[in-house]
Ligand binder design. Structure first.
Ligand code: BES
Ligand code: ZN
Ligand code: ZN
Length: 466
């Protein structure tokens, strides 16, 4: 699907409409005839026109209205549609473009009866300054989000750590500006990444630490993303009940997002040095599985008492974060992970959580994320919660001894692997809620959503313009 700035004729019209515009819209002169109150969709197929109401003039309302319309006409035999709206700002144009490009996504690889993809392009006519560039950038960003959705949706039999390494290497091969290196089991052993290795132990799939880098000339800041890439989370010996295991193919969403972010940033030509470090393992069961009661010595020397093998993401991130600090020395280090069910309980399935030690940085990220269409909420650490991850026999326990505050105790666990000089430069993003959508909402169909990509790119853009 393409979006074009054009005045040409189209096969169909999508009209975004504010509630008070109904009275003046051409088709509503004879208002009694159409019992449409300006909510949701009204498809007038005989006029080749669909109305989609926007509740208010903000990013998500416009994006969602555009997404709903594009989905409603996606089965029609039309090649082009025109999106009609009087765009008053860059934000409104971005919203409509992303609504179209992200709303049109569907994952049908495993369906025999695939929907025909007739609609090739959506035309937009606007006098807004820089519209061409805005649309081109929306295409880059949306393609990256859809690339991440494809990865998250792929099944665990196919999407292994090896496969993620292949996708990362291919991404670098097809780009002039990205570089990629992959560390396998023997290298991880040399690097003493025992926490990550323990999680991978029962799986037939070799763990991989994947490092992508983008170093444009003149970059003044270095930003590193670290992603949790658990290609499947059975829970390990602390086995998940079947209802909870379902959808755990999405436990690679943090790593997938880190891949999507660096893809988008490099194609957008953002003038910052960017690194993505992906910690990829499968958390399986078997005779070689790591166990509750094991003690692991992580890369940074911190000893970890394993009390629950289902709290595996923090073990993978512990070593990946340590590796990134040592090898990359970034100005900002941001991890993304589907880390806790507690986060979903706390802030709901639509919102990601921001944690860290630097309130200003959290707040800067929050403000940038707010312009991206994604929902975020800041959760605050405190020293009382930190008491709950103390261990009797090791430096820290991987599972808290309380039922409460699980998103924060997981964040505080990660903090043990952040060196003093990075405390103020680190953000932890728990994307467990929105990364995988069980029932379509907004511009997300059911399945992988690409959570984190738009927010992190918006944050990078905000850093670039400082
Ligand atoms: N991958 C899960 C977290 C998760 C749950 C993501 C639901 C998305 C939706 C993580 O590895 C996990 O199992 N965490 C445990 C931690 C607990 C054992 C301390 C959890 O949240 O229950
Ligand atoms: Zn788990
Ligand atoms: Zn997990």
């Amino acid at each position: 699907m393409k979006i074009e700035l054009s005045k040409a004729k189209s096969d169909y019209e999508i009209i975004l409409l504010e509630k008070d515009e109904i009275k003046t819209a051409a088709d509503f002169k004879d208002f009694d005839f159409y019992d449409y109150k300006g909510e949701g969709l009204l498809n007038l197929s005989e006029k080749r026109r669909i109305y989609s109401a926007i509740k208010k003039r903000d990013f998500n309302a416009i994006a969602n209205a555009a997404a709903a319309a594009i989905r409603a006409i996606s089965k029609l035999k039309i090649k082009s549609a025109r999106l009609c709206f009087d765009f008053k700002s860059e934000c409104e144009l971005k919203a409509a473009a992303q609504g179209i490009l992200l709303g049109a996504y569907s994952y049908e690889k495993y369906k025999s009866d695939k929907k025909p993809k007739n609609l090739e392009k959506v035309l937009i006519d606007t006098n807004l300054k820089g519209a061409e560039q805005i649309l081109a950038n929306c295409e880059i960003l949306s393609e990256s989000v859809n690339f991440v959705r494809d990865i998250v949706n792929e099944i665990p039999a196919i999407y292994t750590p090896e496969r993620m390494a292949k996708d990362a290497l291919d991404l670098a091969k097809n780009s002039k500006v990205l570089k990629c290196e992959v560390l396998g089991e023997s290298e991880l052993k040399k690097e003493k990444m025992n926490a990550m290795l323990a999680v991978a132990n029962a799986s037939p799939h070799e763990p991989k630490l994947i490092h992508l880098s983008y170093k444009p000339k003149g970059a003044k800041l270095k930003v590193c993303f670290v992603g949790k890439g658990v290609t499947y989370d059975t829970g390990g010996l602390s086995l998940k009940p079947s209802d909870y295991m379902l959808s755990m193919k999405a436990d690679k969403s943090g790593a997938a997002a880190a891949l999507g972010i660096i893809k988008a940033a490099s194609e957008l030509g953002i003038a910052l040095e960017i690194h993505s470090v992906l910690g990829c393992v499968e958390n399986a069961i078997g005779s070689k599985a790591y166990k509750p009661d094991d003690v692991l010595i992580a890369k940074n020397g911190v000893s970890i008492e394993v009390r629950n093998t289902d709290a595996e993401g923090r073990l993978v991130l512990a070593d990946s974060l340590a590796w990134a600090q040592e090898n990359i020395k970034p100005d900002f280090i941001i991890d993304l992970a589907t880390l806790t069910g507690a986060c979903v309980v706390g802030v709901g399935e639509y919102t990601s959580a921001i944690m860290g030690n630097n309130y200003e940085l959290q707040s800067d990220f929050y403000k940038a994320a707010k312009t991206s269409g994604e929902f975020f909420s800041i959760l605050e650490f405190n020293e009382h919660l930190a008491e709950h991850i103390k261990s009797d026999i090791a430096d820290v326990s991987n599972a808290a001894n309380t039922r409460y505050g699980g998103a924060l105790t997981a964040g505080l666990f990660l903090d043990k692997f952040i060196k003093d000089e990075y405390k103020d430069k680190w953000l932890h993003l728990d994307i467990a809620g929105p990364a995988f959508v069980s029932k379509a909402w907004g511009l997300n169909p059911a399945g992988g959503s690409g959570a984190g990509v738009r927010a992190c790119v918006a944050f990078l853009e905000s850093l670039g313009s400082k």
